[in-house]
Design a protein around this ligand. Sequence first.
Ligand code: ADP
Ligand code: MG
Length: 934
Amino acid sequence: MKNEKETRRKFATDPVPDLMTDLHTTSTGLTQKEADDRLEKYGENVITREKQQSQLLIFLKNFTSVMAILLWVSGFVAILSGTLELGIAIWLVNIINGVFSYWQEHEAQKATDSLMKMLPAYTQVYRDGKLQQINATKMVPGDVFNLQAGNAVPVDARLIKATSVQVDQSALTGESVPESKKVAFDAGQGEFAESNLVYAGTTVGAGTATAVATAVAFATGMNTEFGRIAALTQQQKPSLSPLQLELNRLTKQISLIAIGLGLVFFVSAIFFVHYPVAQSFIFALGMIVAFIPEGLLPTVTLSLAQGVQRMAKKHALLKDLNSVETLGETTVICSDKTGTLTQNQMTVDHIWTPAHSFTVTGQDFVNNGEIQLDGKPIKYGTDADLDLLIRLVAFNNDTEVEPSKGSARPKILGTPTEASLVILAQKSGIDTKAYSITYPRLKELPFDSDRKRMTTIHQHDDHTLSICTKGSLSDLLPHCDTIQENGKVRPLTEDDKKAIDDANRKYASLGLRSIATAYREVPQETDKEKQLDGLTIDTAETNLTFVGLAIMSDPPRPEIYEAIKKCHRASIKIIMVTGDSSLTAKSVAVKIGLTSDKARVVTGGELDSMSKEDLKKALAGEIIFARVAPEQKYKIVSTLQEMGEIVASTGDGVNDAPALKKADIGVAMGVTGTDVAKDAADMILTDDNFASIVAAIEEGRTVYSNIQKFLIYILNSNLPEAVPSALFLFSRGAIPLPLTVMQILTVDLGTDMMPALGLGSEKAEPGIMDKPPRARDAHLMSKTVLWKAFAWYGLIASIISSGAYFFVNHLNGWPLKGLATSGNTYVMATNMTLAAIIFCQIAAAMNCRTENASVFKAGLFANKLVWFGIVFEIFLLALLSYTPFLQELFHTGPLAPTDWIFLAIIPIPLFLIEEGRKWLNRCRLAAKKVDVVD
Ligand code: ADP
Ligand code: MG
């Protein structure tokens, strides 16, 4: 430990050039080749996961549950009481069930694990002297890289350049107050306090920096300070979701009922039918097993995991299975505008200066147009105001646009807003490279979404520094006291302000977005360093000279219109929360059909002074939030939650994190979002697209309804499994057991499983987004589920399967002869009861696929997995009927061709009756809807 501290101290105190030499690197980083070699040597920069629970242990766990132990014991009792085959068969079924559960768990785990790999974190690293986006796992000691607000620090590193850097080190130290970091060394107080070192696992809250990855033999990956701490805290247990908890509760309740029932059966068997105790025990056990829905939890987990996988294909990554069900309950979405509802394809279309308004041609992030005044092209060097504005937006810019070859999109290192300004400068013909040498940048006051401004300070000439500022008009104009017109600076009058505001309004009401520009020149003082230190946000961004507006368009995403309609049909409210101006926000909202033009627009300022009650009232109606700072989203989200809403909220910046955490579903942008936002979110959109949220909600609703579907399916076989035993008991043994214990186990733990699995992957039912979100307190085991499972499907199946038993007996002379108690007729009668239940289940599997829609509409063969399950069931039945060894174990016999024909007919009427019921239901619902419209 001492040693590590000493190495750290050395990294902090060595002069930068010495450190660079030690690390065999330069201020422009490593060559790609050297980096590759080092990657080979040091390995990937990843936190290696602590060895997971061993697979063997997880496997064995499936054989030590209460259910499994019950079966082990029963098998044992069966063997002791002289029925060896029964004992073996019970054990066999127990093993099959355990393997199946393990497989399901394993699949679910695999699905979630693979998601984590889909979201690499990128860092801007210098390789071969050029800034490049590199997957953070590929970073090596000696890499020189950039950091900015919102980045997760990927490695331990020493700062070599830094402006107003604040780092959140809470992951390391637990201390939530951000630490200031700078280039100069300062030992600081306590662990990790060195002022010029940053550590992997921490995040940059503000500022920009360049740093060099420090290198001891084990500087990256698991051996970073964070890696050491992570290793200690990794053994955390995942918590169960409300759905899983409800299922647990449900399983327990049903189990209690089952055990109660089992006890009644046990006692009745002994005293009523005078069955031997051991046999009564096994008989009662059959009942208990039949009723306990043992496969439910693993099936649900797998179905959630599959839902998560399907969402990933639709560009929504969920971090945790729990979110699937919350998504299905979502009632309100608070959405950003820029990039989420719009394309983030910024193009500057107009430039406004007090003297002229210019238009700009061309589209996309390509230099494919020109600046025009009254239809004629105008180049840099003709108009003093235009020239100044171009210089301001070119200097005050941290974005690089890499032109691409062929049809690929240009790469943007930075933000689309600034990229459009880079392209504007290129269209004007200015040589930005040459200018940045003539007017070198001395300092930057980075953009943040609270003050909505950004300033850079440049060397203007030997005696002057220039302050260049750009930002939103409403946040910039109050800091201006002069204005430049035709190259001349004069005081800013009320008339000027009105002219500027009018121009801005004209563009904003078209849904266009504007950036205002301003500047100030200050004489250089003798101590320049000190002067620069003194130029802070408060002192630099004041007494500015207003220059003009750059106005950019950002078209709505094409798929947004349909997505918004879908939300409205699904009674999901969408609230736009943007940093953009009120007029722009409203114009876009109305254009894309988000609100009517009667919607109320509340600005950040108003929001701050609004009382909770007023806010609640406003939130109940159509509302748009404009010019809000990310922190204010928290108030919106929490108020909505107080109103009982389930809120999904989007965000991308550092300051969005509290709202993302607070929201029921925090949604971070995968492309433009910061690491901090991604970290705080529950869901990450890999395409930043609002439509992907809606797709995820639809998927969330589907998963929930699928879980209900297989709940009905699994429960509905309980009644036909129980009725035969009840007949046997109530007739005091006059009716020999129509379904043996082994056969009950076969249905319950064998044939039933596969189709249930298929139901979990059923596609969204038509109309699933045409009804309101389900209530949070709605129970999975609703009245409809109970009714369908027991009183409808269950009852029909009971009648048919018991009917089969009596029918086989009838063919053999019943009721003239008594019911067969043993021998061939008995075996065939019970075998047919079993087979009839299986074929009823085939119909049930099909019927459960939809709630109200016709299965034909959903596609008779659309769900391959259900069909596979059905084929599997039939195969299993055939196996049991024709294999002599299994015949003995399971009391089965060979089915005749006529038996198969009889069985094959069973599902048809069941299916048709259910189709009829669904049709009636649809008619009823349609009639109701008409009422509502009237
Ligand atoms: P949103 O994403 O909701 O549109 P932002 O927080 O990105 O809002 O931007 C808010 C406002 O800040 C914009 O309308 C624009 O005027 C200004 N702005 C955005 N980016 C920059 C930037 N890089 N420099 C200066 N001002 C900016
Ligand atoms: Mg934004």
